[in-house]
Write a protein of this length. Sequence first.
Length: 262
Amino acid sequence: MTRIGLSTSSVYPESTAHGFAYASALGYDAVEVMVGIDALSQQTSAVRQLSEHHEIPICAVHAPTLLLTQRVWGTEPWGKLERSAEMAHEVGADVVVVHPPFRWQKEYARDFVDGIAALENSTGIRFAVENMYPWRATKKRGAEMYLPGWDPSAEPYANTTIDLSHAAIAHSDVVEMAQRLGERLRHVHLTDGSGSAKDEHLVPGRGAMDAAGFLKHLASTPFAGAVVLEINTRRCNSREEREADLRESLAFAREHFVVPTP
């Protein structure tokens, strides 16, 4: 059964520990741990203890491959992914979410596709490569910032992630992307976007991505991964407002991801 999870990044600037607390209190099925600048998120034993304390499983680990986490767990990219796989194994997650390399990481990018496949074979962990987007150089022209590219459906990855906010920036049709990926779609970041150049991570249903239609399509397929809410609550003025957004997001996912009865 597909689990509806919460990314710990959704509660930033509150901590990883708060992310687990919200997920447990609101009735999420699982947690995705964003390994980031919060020191606790980098400690496997602490993350495992949070999972056990709140009695909520960890469905995925997000590797520290964002611009803001370039120095988390060192600067060697393959080392970061190996440590992410180690954490995933220790906490019972079977997926590591990873972004494609930046174009200035030329050596890393050169071997990325084959290297990801090799890591999956050696670790037994699925590395679900996430869709990104062209950076907007001007209103009419985008700049390619990722190698071998921002669209994982164009490469032979065995496992991938669709993020609806990233797709909004790229003006990508997420249903068509899911159809191209087929069984290679392993993980979903449920969120929304208006189509602007900003990575908005809106509460699903508040943007232009037809998140409801995407979930209905996904429920009609053999998708067996996790649907993880990854929203931006930084502008919330109180914990009550943040909690309301997290509750609304979970209700949206449960309402629209309904597997048809055989």
